[in-house]
Structure formats: structure tokens, C-alpha cells
Design a protein around this ligand. Structure first.
Ligand code: 5GP
Ligand code: ZN
Length: 111
């Protein structure tokens, strides 16, 4: 079982920000900062490393559009755009996803 496959299939609720045939974006349940969200392909691959190019490109296209919206609407001062690969790098959900972590001046407590 995979929690992001279940979210993509609508079996587990999420606060959705975007959805199309191949990608879904939703708020992180345990946000690192205000507005922290995740962009996730509906098709399961374990990480960035094995995601097919077309899907990968669309994930980053959606991430770019959403990052622009976050900046516009939340008036954040910056955004970390990142994906963790394998546990040693902090990956805890083994279904490829891109984090969008809005950053604010003087939010140094965020790691
Ligand atoms: P990772 O550590 O794999 O890079 O990031 C996984 C992220 O998924 C974490 O920030 C975690 O808070 C988030 N997460 C885990 N389970 C759920 C869930 O059921 N719903 C949502 N919205 N986020 C989740
Ligand atoms: Zn999955």
C-alpha cells in the first residue's frame, strides 16, 4: 500500500490545490512552513530516479505554476523546491513527489 497512490485515487482525503489526469497537488499534512504543499504524479514510481521523463516534466511544470501562485497569493519571500531521494536524504513516502516550501524572511527555524 502507498499513501500517495491512495490520495491520488481519492481513497484518502487531502486538501487539493490542483489536479489533472496525471498529477495532483495538495497541502502537506505536517507543513514545514505556511503553505507547504506537494506535487505528486498519480502513477507510482518510488522516487525521482525512476520517474518517466514525460511524467517528470509535467510534475515540474505543475510545480512551477503552483510556485508562482504561492508567491502571488501568500506573499512569501522565497520557495524551496525539492525532492528527497531515498531515506538517507529524508524520503519517508516512497512515491515520487516534489515539495514546495514557501519561505519567509527571518523564518530560520525552518530547516
Ligand atoms: P518526504 O519525507 O518523503 O520527502 O516527504 C513526505 C511528506 O509527505 C512529508 O512532508 C509528510 O508530512 C507528508 N505526508 C505524509 N503522509 C501524508 C498524508 O497522508 N497526507 C498529506 N497531505 N501529506 C502527507
Ligand atoms: Zn504510490
Amino acid at each position: 500500500m502507498c499513501i500517495f497512490c491512495d490520495i491520488a485515487a481519492g481513497k484518502i482525503p487531502s486538501h487539493k490545490l490542483y489536479e489533472d489526469d496525471t498529477v495532483i497537488a495538495f497541502f502537506d499534512v505536517n507543513p514545514t512552513s505556511y503553505g507547504h504543499c506537494l506535487v505528486v504524479p498519480k502513477e507510482h514510481t518510488d522516487s525521482f530516479l525512476d520517474c518517466p521523463a514525460q511524467v517528470r516534466d509535467h510534475v515540474f511544470e505543475v510545480a512551477q505554476q503552483l510556485a508562482n501562485k504561492l508567491e502571488e497569493r501568500l506573499h512569501c519571500d522565497g520557495i524551496n523546491v525539492l525532492t528527497n531521494v531515498h531515506e538517507a536524504a529524508g524520503q519517508s513516502v516512497h512515491h515520487f513527489h516534489v515539495h514546495l516550501i514557501p519561505r519567509y524572511v527571518n523564518d530560520d527555524h525552518v530547516t
